[in-house]
Design a protein around this ligand. Structure first.
Ligand code: ZN
Length: 395
Protein backbone atom coordinates (compact mmCIF):
# COMPACT_ATOMS: atom_id res chain seq x y z
CA UNK A 1 0.00 0.00 0.00
CA UNK A 2 2.79 2.35 0.96
CA UNK A 3 4.62 1.58 -2.29
CA UNK A 4 1.51 2.26 -4.29
CA UNK A 5 0.93 5.60 -2.57
CA UNK A 6 4.54 6.60 -3.09
CA UNK A 7 4.50 5.82 -6.80
CA UNK A 8 1.22 7.74 -7.25
CA UNK A 9 2.78 10.73 -5.54
CA UNK A 10 5.80 10.49 -7.80
CA UNK A 11 3.66 10.37 -10.91
CA UNK A 12 1.61 13.41 -9.96
CA UNK A 13 4.65 15.43 -8.88
CA UNK A 14 6.32 14.60 -12.19
CA UNK A 15 3.50 16.39 -14.06
CA UNK A 16 4.99 19.08 -16.24
CA UNK A 17 4.29 22.55 -14.87
CA UNK A 18 1.85 24.96 -16.44
CA UNK A 19 2.98 28.22 -18.03
CA UNK A 20 0.89 31.36 -17.67
CA UNK A 21 1.91 33.54 -20.59
CA UNK A 22 1.24 37.25 -20.14
CA UNK A 23 0.82 39.34 -23.30
CA UNK A 24 0.12 42.99 -23.82
CA UNK A 25 -3.20 43.42 -25.66
CA UNK A 26 -2.52 45.44 -28.85
CA UNK A 27 -3.45 49.14 -28.61
CA UNK A 28 -4.61 48.63 -25.02
CA UNK A 29 -1.80 49.66 -22.61
CA UNK A 30 -4.29 49.00 -19.79
CA UNK A 31 -5.04 45.38 -20.65
CA UNK A 32 -3.03 42.16 -20.26
CA UNK A 33 -4.09 38.82 -21.70
CA UNK A 34 -3.13 35.63 -19.85
CA UNK A 35 -3.15 32.29 -21.56
CA UNK A 36 -2.44 28.82 -20.14
CA UNK A 37 -2.18 25.61 -22.13
CA UNK A 38 -4.25 23.12 -20.11
CA UNK A 39 -4.73 20.30 -22.63
CA UNK A 40 -2.23 18.00 -20.89
CA UNK A 41 -4.21 18.18 -17.63
CA UNK A 42 -7.14 16.12 -18.90
CA UNK A 43 -9.97 16.88 -16.49
CA UNK A 44 -9.14 19.75 -14.13
CA UNK A 45 -10.70 22.64 -12.27
CA UNK A 46 -9.87 26.30 -11.73
CA UNK A 47 -9.26 27.40 -8.13
CA UNK A 48 -10.06 31.06 -7.33
CA UNK A 49 -7.10 33.45 -7.08
CA UNK A 50 -6.04 34.55 -3.61
CA UNK A 51 -7.89 37.72 -2.68
CA UNK A 52 -6.78 40.91 -0.98
CA UNK A 53 -9.16 43.83 -0.41
CA UNK A 54 -12.09 42.47 -2.47
CA UNK A 55 -13.37 39.15 -3.78
CA UNK A 56 -13.21 39.88 -7.52
CA UNK A 57 -12.08 36.95 -9.67
CA UNK A 58 -11.03 37.07 -13.32
CA UNK A 59 -13.58 35.76 -15.83
CA UNK A 60 -12.03 32.65 -17.38
CA UNK A 61 -12.61 31.31 -20.88
CA UNK A 62 -11.96 27.90 -22.32
CA UNK A 63 -10.57 28.12 -25.84
CA UNK A 64 -10.43 24.99 -27.96
CA UNK A 65 -7.98 24.42 -30.83
CA UNK A 66 -10.73 25.22 -33.36
CA UNK A 67 -11.13 28.61 -31.69
CA UNK A 68 -14.48 28.21 -29.94
CA UNK A 69 -14.83 29.97 -26.57
CA UNK A 70 -16.90 29.15 -23.52
CA UNK A 71 -16.94 30.38 -19.94
CA UNK A 72 -15.07 28.40 -17.26
CA UNK A 73 -16.77 28.02 -13.87
CA UNK A 74 -14.46 27.94 -10.87
CA UNK A 75 -14.26 24.71 -8.90
CA UNK A 76 -16.10 22.74 -11.58
CA UNK A 77 -14.43 19.87 -13.48
CA UNK A 78 -13.71 20.72 -17.11
CA UNK A 79 -11.55 19.63 -20.05
CA UNK A 80 -10.06 22.37 -22.14
CA UNK A 81 -7.10 23.05 -24.47
CA UNK A 82 -6.39 26.60 -23.32
CA UNK A 83 -7.70 28.80 -20.54
CA UNK A 84 -7.47 32.55 -21.11
CA UNK A 85 -8.46 35.66 -19.22
CA UNK A 86 -7.78 39.38 -19.22
CA UNK A 87 -6.42 41.63 -16.50
CA UNK A 88 -7.27 45.34 -16.55
CA UNK A 89 -4.44 47.59 -15.34
CA UNK A 90 -4.91 50.78 -13.37
CA UNK A 91 -2.96 53.80 -14.60
CA UNK A 92 -0.38 55.06 -12.11
CA UNK A 93 -0.82 58.76 -11.54
CA UNK A 94 1.67 61.56 -10.77
CA UNK A 95 1.79 60.52 -7.09
CA UNK A 96 3.47 57.24 -8.00
CA UNK A 97 2.66 53.61 -7.30
CA UNK A 98 0.76 52.95 -4.06
CA UNK A 99 2.21 49.62 -2.98
CA UNK A 100 -0.31 49.17 -0.17
CA UNK A 101 -3.17 48.66 -2.62
CA UNK A 102 -1.35 45.99 -4.66
CA UNK A 103 -3.49 46.73 -7.70
CA UNK A 104 -2.41 45.55 -11.17
CA UNK A 105 -1.01 48.73 -12.71
CA UNK A 106 0.89 50.31 -15.57
CA UNK A 107 3.01 53.41 -15.79
CA UNK A 108 2.03 55.25 -18.98
CA UNK A 109 5.15 57.47 -19.10
CA UNK A 110 7.85 54.91 -18.31
CA UNK A 111 6.07 51.80 -19.56
CA UNK A 112 6.60 49.37 -16.69
CA UNK A 113 3.87 47.07 -15.43
CA UNK A 114 2.94 45.37 -12.16
CA UNK A 115 0.69 42.38 -11.55
CA UNK A 116 -0.03 40.88 -8.17
CA UNK A 117 -1.28 37.34 -7.77
CA UNK A 118 -4.18 38.71 -5.70
CA UNK A 119 -7.50 38.64 -7.59
CA UNK A 120 -5.59 37.98 -10.84
CA UNK A 121 -3.91 34.59 -11.02
CA UNK A 122 -6.12 31.55 -10.32
CA UNK A 123 -4.55 28.14 -9.87
CA UNK A 124 -5.50 24.88 -11.55
CA UNK A 125 -5.88 21.49 -9.93
CA UNK A 126 -6.61 17.94 -11.00
CA UNK A 127 -9.14 16.21 -8.79
CA UNK A 128 -7.53 16.97 -5.44
CA UNK A 129 -7.09 20.49 -4.14
CA UNK A 130 -3.33 20.62 -4.75
CA UNK A 131 -2.63 23.13 -7.50
CA UNK A 132 -0.53 22.02 -10.46
CA UNK A 133 2.89 23.79 -10.28
CA UNK A 134 2.92 26.81 -12.55
CA UNK A 135 5.23 29.53 -13.75
CA UNK A 136 4.16 32.98 -14.80
CA UNK A 137 6.04 34.49 -17.76
CA UNK A 138 6.08 38.15 -18.74
CA UNK A 139 6.00 39.38 -22.36
CA UNK A 140 9.80 39.80 -22.12
CA UNK A 141 10.13 36.12 -21.07
CA UNK A 142 11.01 36.55 -17.41
CA UNK A 143 9.36 33.71 -15.52
CA UNK A 144 8.53 33.30 -11.83
CA UNK A 145 7.02 30.33 -9.97
CA UNK A 146 3.59 30.52 -8.44
CA UNK A 147 4.20 30.14 -4.70
CA UNK A 148 2.29 27.67 -2.53
CA UNK A 149 -1.08 29.04 -1.48
CA UNK A 150 0.12 29.60 2.11
CA UNK A 151 3.18 31.61 1.03
CA UNK A 152 3.33 35.36 0.34
CA UNK A 153 1.87 36.35 -3.04
CA UNK A 154 3.65 36.39 -6.38
CA UNK A 155 4.42 39.87 -7.69
CA UNK A 156 5.29 40.24 -11.36
CA UNK A 157 7.06 43.36 -12.63
CA UNK A 158 8.41 44.02 -16.10
CA UNK A 159 9.64 46.95 -18.17
CA UNK A 160 12.32 48.09 -15.70
CA UNK A 161 16.02 47.30 -16.07
CA UNK A 162 17.47 45.57 -12.98
CA UNK A 163 20.90 46.06 -11.45
CA UNK A 164 22.55 43.18 -9.59
CA UNK A 165 24.10 43.53 -6.16
CA UNK A 166 26.10 40.92 -4.28
CA UNK A 167 25.28 40.89 -0.57
CA UNK A 168 27.63 38.39 1.01
CA UNK A 169 27.19 35.84 -1.73
CA UNK A 170 23.43 36.35 -2.01
CA UNK A 171 22.27 37.84 -5.30
CA UNK A 172 20.11 40.90 -4.79
CA UNK A 173 18.41 42.23 -7.89
CA UNK A 174 17.33 45.86 -7.66
CA UNK A 175 14.75 47.38 -9.95
CA UNK A 176 13.43 50.88 -9.69
CA UNK A 177 11.40 53.48 -11.55
CA UNK A 178 13.51 56.18 -9.89
CA UNK A 179 16.76 57.30 -11.46
CA UNK A 180 17.92 58.81 -8.16
CA UNK A 181 17.92 55.41 -6.46
CA UNK A 182 20.45 54.22 -9.03
CA UNK A 183 22.46 57.45 -8.77
CA UNK A 184 22.70 57.17 -4.96
CA UNK A 185 23.59 53.48 -4.87
CA UNK A 186 26.96 54.19 -3.20
CA UNK A 187 25.16 55.93 -0.39
CA UNK A 188 22.59 53.29 0.56
CA UNK A 189 24.23 50.07 -0.59
CA UNK A 190 26.70 49.69 2.33
CA UNK A 191 23.91 50.35 4.84
CA UNK A 192 21.50 47.92 3.20
CA UNK A 193 24.26 45.31 3.00
CA UNK A 194 25.05 45.48 6.69
CA UNK A 195 21.34 45.41 7.57
CA UNK A 196 20.69 42.35 5.40
CA UNK A 197 23.80 40.61 6.69
CA UNK A 198 22.60 41.15 10.25
CA UNK A 199 19.03 39.99 9.53
CA UNK A 200 20.19 36.91 7.61
CA UNK A 201 22.47 36.00 10.54
CA UNK A 202 19.42 35.88 12.85
CA UNK A 203 18.02 32.95 10.87
CA UNK A 204 20.97 30.62 10.28
CA UNK A 205 18.71 27.97 8.70
CA UNK A 206 17.06 30.26 6.19
CA UNK A 207 16.98 29.09 2.60
CA UNK A 208 16.36 32.46 0.98
CA UNK A 209 19.15 33.09 -1.49
CA UNK A 210 17.55 35.41 -3.97
CA UNK A 211 16.51 38.86 -2.94
CA UNK A 212 14.67 41.02 -5.42
CA UNK A 213 13.96 44.54 -4.27
CA UNK A 214 11.85 46.96 -6.29
CA UNK A 215 11.80 50.65 -5.33
CA UNK A 216 8.93 52.81 -6.55
CA UNK A 217 8.74 56.57 -6.21
CA UNK A 218 5.90 58.02 -4.18
CA UNK A 219 5.27 61.74 -3.95
CA UNK A 220 5.54 63.18 -0.46
CA UNK A 221 2.23 65.05 -0.96
CA UNK A 222 0.41 61.71 -1.43
CA UNK A 223 0.91 61.21 2.29
CA UNK A 224 1.40 57.44 2.32
CA UNK A 225 4.36 55.17 1.81
CA UNK A 226 4.54 51.45 2.26
CA UNK A 227 6.27 48.22 1.48
CA UNK A 228 5.17 44.69 0.75
CA UNK A 229 6.81 41.29 0.79
CA UNK A 230 6.00 38.86 -2.00
CA UNK A 231 7.19 35.30 -2.52
CA UNK A 232 10.39 36.30 -4.30
CA UNK A 233 10.55 40.07 -4.17
CA UNK A 234 9.88 42.97 -1.90
CA UNK A 235 8.38 46.30 -2.90
CA UNK A 236 9.37 49.58 -1.32
CA UNK A 237 8.08 53.11 -1.74
CA UNK A 238 10.67 55.88 -1.96
CA UNK A 239 9.46 59.31 -0.91
CA UNK A 240 10.28 62.07 -3.36
CA UNK A 241 9.74 65.69 -2.45
CA UNK A 242 9.09 67.68 -5.61
CA UNK A 243 10.82 64.91 -7.54
CA UNK A 244 13.87 64.93 -5.25
CA UNK A 245 15.10 62.07 -3.07
CA UNK A 246 16.14 63.86 0.12
CA UNK A 247 18.86 62.63 2.45
CA UNK A 248 16.55 62.52 5.45
CA UNK A 249 14.30 59.97 3.69
CA UNK A 250 17.11 57.42 3.63
CA UNK A 251 16.40 55.93 7.11
CA UNK A 252 12.74 55.34 6.19
CA UNK A 253 13.70 53.69 2.90
CA UNK A 254 16.23 51.41 4.63
CA UNK A 255 13.81 50.63 7.45
CA UNK A 256 11.09 49.50 5.04
CA UNK A 257 13.63 47.42 3.07
CA UNK A 258 14.68 45.66 6.28
CA UNK A 259 11.08 45.23 7.51
CA UNK A 260 9.99 43.53 4.29
CA UNK A 261 13.17 41.44 4.19
CA UNK A 262 12.31 40.13 7.65
CA UNK A 263 9.05 38.80 6.21
CA UNK A 264 11.06 36.65 3.80
CA UNK A 265 13.11 35.23 6.68
CA UNK A 266 10.54 34.87 9.45
CA UNK A 267 7.57 33.07 7.97
CA UNK A 268 6.14 31.22 10.96
CA UNK A 269 4.81 33.87 13.34
CA UNK A 270 1.17 34.94 13.84
CA UNK A 271 0.14 38.37 12.47
CA UNK A 272 0.95 40.56 15.47
CA UNK A 273 4.33 38.93 16.03
CA UNK A 274 5.26 38.83 12.36
CA UNK A 275 4.68 42.58 11.93
CA UNK A 276 6.12 43.66 15.27
CA UNK A 277 9.26 41.51 14.99
CA UNK A 278 9.79 42.77 11.42
CA UNK A 279 9.44 46.37 12.57
CA UNK A 280 11.58 45.99 15.70
CA UNK A 281 14.42 44.33 13.79
CA UNK A 282 14.09 46.79 10.90
CA UNK A 283 14.82 49.59 13.38
CA UNK A 284 17.47 47.58 15.22
CA UNK A 285 19.26 46.79 11.94
CA UNK A 286 19.74 50.53 11.39
CA UNK A 287 21.99 50.57 14.49
CA UNK A 288 24.61 48.93 12.25
CA UNK A 289 24.51 51.88 9.82
CA UNK A 290 25.24 55.62 9.98
CA UNK A 291 21.46 56.15 9.95
CA UNK A 292 19.15 55.95 12.89
CA UNK A 293 15.48 55.95 13.63
CA UNK A 294 13.43 56.95 16.69
CA UNK A 295 13.56 54.10 19.22
CA UNK A 296 10.44 51.89 19.44
CA UNK A 297 9.91 52.95 23.08
CA UNK A 298 9.99 56.64 22.18
CA UNK A 299 7.64 56.11 19.24
CA UNK A 300 5.19 54.20 21.43
CA UNK A 301 5.21 56.84 24.18
CA UNK A 302 4.22 59.48 21.59
CA UNK A 303 1.80 57.30 19.67
CA UNK A 304 -0.21 56.17 22.68
CA UNK A 305 -1.07 59.76 23.59
CA UNK A 306 -3.45 60.01 20.65
CA UNK A 307 -4.18 56.49 19.37
CA UNK A 308 -7.76 55.59 20.43
CA UNK A 309 -7.04 51.86 21.02
CA UNK A 310 -3.71 52.30 22.81
CA UNK A 311 -4.84 50.36 25.90
CA UNK A 312 -5.76 47.26 23.87
CA UNK A 313 -3.22 44.48 24.36
CA UNK A 314 -1.38 43.01 21.38
CA UNK A 315 -3.08 39.61 21.70
CA UNK A 316 -6.56 41.08 21.79
CA UNK A 317 -5.65 43.29 18.82
CA UNK A 318 -4.39 40.17 17.03
CA UNK A 319 -7.65 38.33 17.51
CA UNK A 320 -9.74 41.38 16.54
CA UNK A 321 -7.77 41.75 13.33
CA UNK A 322 -7.56 38.07 12.41
CA UNK A 323 -11.06 36.97 13.44
CA UNK A 324 -13.13 40.12 12.93
CA UNK A 325 -11.05 42.02 10.34
CA UNK A 326 -11.06 45.06 12.62
CA UNK A 327 -8.06 46.67 10.96
CA UNK A 328 -8.26 49.79 13.10
CA UNK A 329 -6.19 47.78 15.64
CA UNK A 330 -3.49 46.98 13.10
CA UNK A 331 -1.27 50.01 13.89
CA UNK A 332 -0.65 48.50 17.35
CA UNK A 333 1.40 45.75 15.70
CA UNK A 334 3.78 48.37 14.27
CA UNK A 335 4.19 50.60 17.30
CA UNK A 336 3.17 48.84 20.52
CA UNK A 337 4.61 45.56 19.18
CA UNK A 338 8.17 46.83 18.58
CA UNK A 339 8.08 48.52 22.01
CA UNK A 340 7.24 45.12 23.54
CA UNK A 341 10.15 43.39 21.79
CA UNK A 342 12.50 46.21 22.72
CA UNK A 343 11.53 45.94 26.40
CA UNK A 344 12.06 42.18 26.25
CA UNK A 345 15.37 42.53 24.38
CA UNK A 346 16.55 45.11 26.93
CA UNK A 347 15.69 42.79 29.84
CA UNK A 348 17.59 39.94 28.18
CA UNK A 349 20.54 42.24 27.51
CA UNK A 350 20.57 43.30 31.18
CA UNK A 351 21.16 39.61 31.96
CA UNK A 352 23.94 39.32 29.38
CA UNK A 353 21.75 37.71 26.73
CA UNK A 354 19.87 38.96 23.68
CA UNK A 355 16.62 38.44 21.81
CA UNK A 356 18.68 37.85 18.64
CA UNK A 357 19.70 34.29 19.49
CA UNK A 358 16.19 33.38 20.71
CA UNK A 359 14.33 34.67 17.67
CA UNK A 360 14.45 31.49 15.52
CA UNK A 361 13.35 29.34 18.47
CA UNK A 362 10.27 31.36 19.46
CA UNK A 363 7.05 29.37 19.03
CA UNK A 364 3.43 30.44 19.25
CA UNK A 365 0.14 28.79 20.15
CA UNK A 366 -2.75 28.68 17.67
CA UNK A 367 -4.40 31.67 19.36
CA UNK A 368 -1.30 33.81 18.74
CA UNK A 369 0.15 33.64 22.27
CA UNK A 370 3.82 32.92 22.83
CA UNK A 371 4.05 29.22 23.65
CA UNK A 372 4.52 28.08 27.25
CA UNK A 373 7.93 26.68 26.24
CA UNK A 374 9.06 30.06 24.85
CA UNK A 375 7.80 31.92 27.92
CA UNK A 376 9.60 29.44 30.20
CA UNK A 377 12.76 29.96 28.18
CA UNK A 378 12.47 33.73 28.61
CA UNK A 379 11.54 33.72 32.30
CA UNK A 380 14.55 31.48 32.97
CA UNK A 381 16.71 34.45 32.06
CA UNK A 382 14.76 37.56 33.04
CA UNK A 383 12.68 36.09 35.91
CA UNK A 384 8.91 35.70 36.18
CA UNK A 385 8.39 39.08 37.78
CA UNK A 386 10.00 40.93 34.89
CA UNK A 387 8.14 38.82 32.32
CA UNK A 388 4.74 39.58 33.88
CA UNK A 389 5.59 43.24 34.12
CA UNK A 390 6.35 43.41 30.38
CA UNK A 391 3.44 41.11 29.41
CA UNK A 392 1.03 43.27 31.41
CA UNK A 393 2.19 46.44 29.74
CA UNK A 394 1.98 45.18 26.17
CA UNK A 395 0.37 41.77 25.56
ZN1 ZN B 1 5.06 43.87 7.45
Amino acid sequence: MLTLLLSTALISSAKSPLTYQLEQVADRPDLIAVSVETKQLGTFQALPAKTFTNDTQPVLFCVTTNGSQSAVEYQTPIQCDHVTWQLPLAEIDQNGFDIAEQIDSYEPRKGWRFISEFNSLPRFSMGNDDPVPAQVCTPDSQCGWMPNADQPPLFVIWGLKPIELDVNGKAVKITTDTEQILQTVDKWKPALESQLNYLISLYPDNTVNQWDIAFFRRDKQAGSVSGAAGSDKILINVILNDGQLEDNEMPMLLKIAAHESMHLLNTNSPGWASESIAEYYAIKSLDKTPYDFASPQTQWQNFKQSFPFATTGLLEANSRVSKEQQYQYYPLFYVKGPAFWQALDQSLTDKGESLDTRLPTLTFNKDGRLSEASIADLTNVIGEKKWYEIANLYL
